[in-house]
Design a binder for this molecule. Structure first.
Ligand code: FAD
Length: 491
């Protein structure tokens, strides 16, 4: 967007967005009281650059819990829009809102942007080629700045390091305030049924941030859950979720000597690699091993499944991460013993973040269902069209899936619309979602979650958040046409 236009729109948004900080009296009793807490730390605004901390008090109770004393948390900043999570959806949301003129803050736990694309070392964008806007720009840029493989695949197979760099450049140019190594740990709602502030934890301690609109792009729906939204997890009584997978970068292999094992050579590459692994005595936890050549001598490998791990249980995720990393190294060591051309195979890096396919699905104002995808649902508020089919990785380690999955696979899928109301929280006003935590059922999630859909969802959520401020309405009061008309108006 033209910077002059963007800046004048920003002034416009500022002018119309009745803003500032939300008065403490609006906070809902029971969440935060407006009265003075009995125990308040003296240092309420620690100078974190000098290493000062905001101390906490508390009492260990016999019941095996700790009663933490109330304390004042510094409100560290205010923006028009606050985005939680800087993965494919969060990038879309932050850039969508910023280009529509809003001031934007993005809070991310990792030390880079991109989520599964970068911290998760994914290397492949699915369902992105039919999308306009940011997704199109990103594929073009990844192809232009990437190596031969990125060019041949029109940016679909990309170098995660280039992706990190491009996303930081774009967010920098758009004036987005980035906070890495920072986790959203709580949210406070107010008497208007909106989020008054989010609370983060980082090396700067516990901080509060206010905004006019919030967008949950955390993948697992952390913000919406903390704000009290209803949600679903997995399928069935046990909330079974798709397995997690750790991805790794490898080197020491000549692509010209192993073309038949490289995924981009065709679908037979996966069973061939499995057969090779089995001949070496390897039985990988994921039996469709995926080897991609990225550039020069660098490859990515996905051959791990961690079953039955809830994304919201840090201890179980830790154990899965350690198991997965160990499996990858054992597989590489064993493949090396096959001799030429595998004898120099080595792990460059395993992902810092194990790949999480499923977390919470937040209830929205529309819920995309598996039946919608079978029928090829059309919606007047479509923000994009998804074409990727059902992709449920086996839920159980014996290779099985619930009957439901077989039923939908045999019914088949048609291109379908992702509607704006599926990105708008049902239970808290002014809160939007994008990416894998939007409103959908277990089966639909297996399709819309891919990154080629997460980016346009994010971009749409960001634009809707900004336009709702320009028009001084709540996001659920907008049609997608309203959003597009406002965005395309010269300012
Ligand atoms: C192993 C695996 C393979 C896949 N293969 C493909 C593929 O080939 N192609 C494809 O297009 N898609 C693929 N997918 C699906 C796709 O990657 C995800 O569904 C997609 O990443 C969803 O994007 P997202 O932005 O919603 O979530 P994520 O990429 O998970 O991003 C969420 C971000 O939020 C941050 N975050 C989380 N909680 C907090 C918090 N409380 N505070 C602050 N920040 C937080 C995380 O650090 C992360 O950066 C795969 C997924 C997995 C797991």
């Amino acid at each position: 967007m033209d910077p002059a236009r963007s800046s004048s729109r920003r002034q416009f948004v500022r002018a119309v967005a009745a803003g500032g900080f939300i008065a403490p009296t609006l906070l809902r009793p029971g969440h935060v009281s407006g009265t003075e807490p009995s125990t308040v730390n003296a240092a309420t605004n620690p100078d974190t650059s000098r290493g000062e901390v905001l101390r906490t008090d508390g009492e260990l109770l016999d019941s095996g819990s700790l009663l933490e004393a109330a304390r004042r948390i510094p409100v560290a900043g205010h923006t028009d829009v606050l985005v939680v999570g800087g993965g494919p959806a969060g990038i879309g949301a932050a850039l969508g809102a910023a280009k529509a003129g809003a001031s934007v803050r993005l809070i991310e736990t990792a030390g880079c942007l991109g989520g599964i694309w970068t911290a998760g070392l994914l290397t492949k964008i699915i369902d992105g080629q039919n999308k306009p806007g940011l997704m199109k720009d990103l594929l073009r840029t990844l192809a232009q700045r990437g190596g031969d493989v990125a060019k041949q695949t029109r940016g679909e197979v990309y170098d995660p390091e280039i992706c990190k760099l491009v996303l930081e450049e774009w967010c920098g140019e758009a004036g987005i305030k980035l906070h890495y190594h920072t986790r959203v740990a709580a949210a406070v709602t107010d008497g208007r049924n909106r989020i008054a502030a989010v609370l983060t934890e980082s090396k700067s301690g516990r901080q509060a941030w206010t905004a006019e609109r919030f967008i949950d792009c955390s993948g697992d729906g952390d913000l919406a859950a903390h704000a009290g939204c209803r949600f679903d997890v997995g399928v069935g009584d046990q909330c079974e979720c798709q397995p997690m997978s750790m991805i790794a970068l490898l080197t020491g292999l000549d692509p010209a000597k192993v073309p038949e094992f490289i995924r981009e050579s065709g679908p037979e590459a996966k069973p061939r690699l499995l057969q090779l692994m089995r001949s070496a005595g390897i039985d990988p936890s994921y039996n469709m091993p995926t080897l991609r050549h990225l550039h020069s001598g660098i490859f990515s490998l996905m051959t791990n499944h961690e079953y039955g791990v809830p994304a919201t249980d840090a201890e179980q995720v830790t154990r899965a991460t350690i198991r997965a990393r160990g499996e990858i190294h054992r597989i590489v060591e064993t493949l090396r013993k096959l001799g030429e051309p595998w004898d120099a195979l080595a792990v460059v890096a395993t992902a810092e973040q194990i790949g999480v396919r499923e977390g919470r699905r937040i209830h929205g104002r529309y819920t995309i269902t598996g039946e919608d995808i079978v029928k090829g649902m059309r919606h007047p508020d479509a923000v994009c069209q998804a074409r990727f089919g059902f992709d449920v990785h086996n839920l159980f380690d014996d290779g099985s899936n619930p009957d439901l999955v077989r039923r939908f696979r045999s019914a088949g899928s048609k291109p379908y619309d992702i509607p704006l109301p599926a990105l708008i929280a049902a239970d808290v006003d002014g809160l939007l979602m994008a990416g894998r935590c939007i409103s959908g059922d277990f089966i639909a999630h297996s399709s819309y979650r891919v990154t080629g859909n997460s980016v346009p969802m994010g971009e749409a959520a960001g634009q809707a958040a900004a336009v709702s401020l320009i028009r001084d309405v709540l996001p659920h009061e907008l049609s997608w046409r309203d959003v597009q008309e406002t965005i395309s108006q010269p300012s």
